[in-house]
Write a protein of this length. Structure first.
Length: 63
């Protein structure tokens, strides 16, 4: 998805920051239950961990 270009990784970090702040505080603010934000952040965290594993699984393996 993203190459090793620092600009693309920075763009991904910026996008994740906007999503991480925007979704809970703008779209989920009318949901009074705490679980909505918790589920969102849990799913976002799992997606980032899966993406990180995918990016690093071949790290150190000669190509």
């Amino acid at each position: 998805m993203f190459s090793d270009d620092p600009k693309e990784i920075g763009l991904l970090a910026l996008l994740l920051t906007i999503v991480n702040i925007g979704i809970p505080y703008l779209l989920l603010r009318n949901i009074t239950a705490y679980w909505a934000n918790y589920v969102f952040w849990t799913v976002l965290t799992l997606l980032v961990l899966i993406w990180g594993y995918h990016r690093l699984k071949d790290w150190g393996v000669p190509s």
